[in-house]
Design a protein around this ligand. Structure first.
Ligand code: NAG
Ligand code: NAG
Ligand code: NAG
Length: 437
């Protein structure tokens, strides 16, 4: 299963701090050796200011109470640096913490900068110090402190590059605090800036989109509306292009979102084409499942893939989230995925046949006869299927006027040529009207 673990491909696109939750998950799943993961954590921590945390891990990894001298030195260094940054930021921080003084601020950045400068001798240097202090706090793992300061910094910052970097930091901090609503707002704010015409280099823009999508996984698989919003974001042309050229592993998450969405999305058919196109650059059981059902109509293989999908979901840090319910744990996304995936299969199977023996269908889908019948009823009720059940014969008869998959394709082409005719017709009519005059 480690073969399907995307962490090594995802981590390079994340802030270091965002990698910790992934490592925690892998540790719980016991997919790698504990020692290996702890070493990875120490390695990650060595580039942050979370020295105490690194020391704790070192102690538990090597079963000792001693820590290497370099960690001790680093701790002294971090504490000293924190103190000096705190002093640098103190004038502005104490202003911002004073409610009466904060009242003097207005919605006008230029006014505020001038006012701060004239009345409190707080200038660019002190504002820069606030940024450095916030960033350092973040590196120390104080995400709430960092989020507050970065927010305040952005309100006073006049350098767009710096402001953008503060926004990334704020987003990371909100994700790490699991404030999904606020994190989503920050995500949208960032997206707007990245998509704006004024954004510097196109190459950088693509890179930012890729980061944004990776960071968004935390939000989308935790926020209530996430599974719809991930489709809205990832499936946009510019974002989908970025996925296809630079991060095809993200197809797993888009495919999953399409499958767990109860309502079949109009973009779904095109997405299946993308899956097919990208088979050489990326596939996993989830994308292969879609290809089996929608491209190859191979239901036996789809069954097999579905079993692998379950394993993939259980071992994916974003998809395999556990929820405690009383004295047992569920993985809600796994359950929804399997249920919907089977409905997909059932629906497609029916569409490519005219008369179906319920027993054969049940076997194809690995369901009991009663289950198969219940599923068909569900599909008919939700009007995803236009069919009748003949309980006596145990067959499903598709309504003759029901367009099957091939016909739908033809329909699509027809709609196009229909439009062309209409256009030509209009031109002709106009021509005639003119001649008549
Ligand atoms: C985090 O930063 C804030 C603001 O500086 C501070 O008040 C708070 O004590 C810090 N928390 C920790 C745990 O250091
Ligand atoms: C959960 O706990 C209750 C009471 O403690 C017990 O009756 C029940 O069988 C448990 N359920 C499971 C699935 O273990
Ligand atoms: C069919 O489902 C049963 C449980 O319902 C499972 O144990 C078995 O492995 C499944 N077989 C296939 C071929 O998926």
């Amino acid at each position: 299963m480690a073969n399907y673990d995307l962490t090594p491909r995802i981590a390079p696109h994340l802030d270091r701090h965002l990698v910790f939750p992934l490592l925690e998950f892998l540790q719980e799943r016991e997919m790698y050796s504990e020692a290996q993961l702890l070493k990875n954590k120490i390695e990650l921590l060595s580039k942050t200011n979370m020295v105490d945390y690194a020391m704790d891990i070192h102690k538990s990894l090597y079963h000792t109470d001693d820590v290497p001298q370099e960690m001790v030195d680093r701790r002294v260094e971090v504490v000293a640096r924190l103190k000096s940054l705190e002093e640098g930021a103190a004038p502005l921080v104490s202003f911002l913490q004073n409610e009466d003084k904060v009242q003097e601020l207005r919605a006008d950045k230029q006014y505020n900068l001038q006012m701060l400068n004239e009345r409190y001798q707080i200038g660019p240097e002190q504002i820069e110090a606030l940024y450095q202090y916030a960033k350092f706090q973040f590196e120390c793992g104080n995400y709430s402190g960092a989020a507050d300061f970065l927010y305040q910094y952005r309100a006073l910052c006049t350098n767009s590059e710096r402001s953008l970097s503060a926004l990334w930091g704020k987003l990371a901090a909100e994700i790490l605090m699991q404030n999904w609503d606020i994190a989503l707002e920050e995500l949208n704010r960032l997206k707007e800036i990245i998509d704006s015409k004024a954004f510097p280099s196109p190459l950088n823009q693509v890179q930012c989109r890729i980061w944004l999508m990776h960071w968004s996984l935390f939000i989308f698989f935790n926020h209530d509306n996430g599974r719809t919003q991930i489709i809205d974001l990832f499936n946009q042309d510019k974002y989908l292009n970025a996925i296809q050229t630079n991060a095809p592993h993200l197809l797993r998450y888009l495919a999953t979102a399409f499958i767990v969405n109860k309502r079949r999305r109009p973009q779904f058919k095109d997405f299946v084409k993308v899956i097919q196109q990208e088979q050489c650059s990326y596939k996993d059981p989830i994308t292969e499942f879609l290809a089996c059902v929608y491209v190859n109509y191979d239901f036996d293989m789809a069954q097999q893939k579905l079993r692998e999908c379950e394993e993939v979901i259980l071992n994916d840090p974003f998809l395999g989230k556990r929820v405690e319910e009383g004295n047992y744990t569920t993985v809600p996304l796994r359950d929804e995925f399997l249920e919907n995936a089977r409905l997909f299969m059932c629906e497609t199977y029916c569409r490519i046949h005219q008369r179906i023996d319920m027993r054969v269908l049940a076997e194809k889908l690995n369901l009991s006869y009663e289950e198969a019948e219940r599923w068909i009823v569900t599909l008919i009720r939700s009007s995803k299927l236009d069919a009748k059940i003949d309980s006596k014969l145990g067959t499903i008869v598709m309504e003759p006027n029901y367009p099957n998959v091939y016909e739908q394709l033809i329909d699509h082409t027809k709609a196009l040529s229909g439009r062309t005719y209409k256009l030509v017709g209009q031109l002709l009519e106009q021509g005639q009207a003119q001649t008549a005059r």
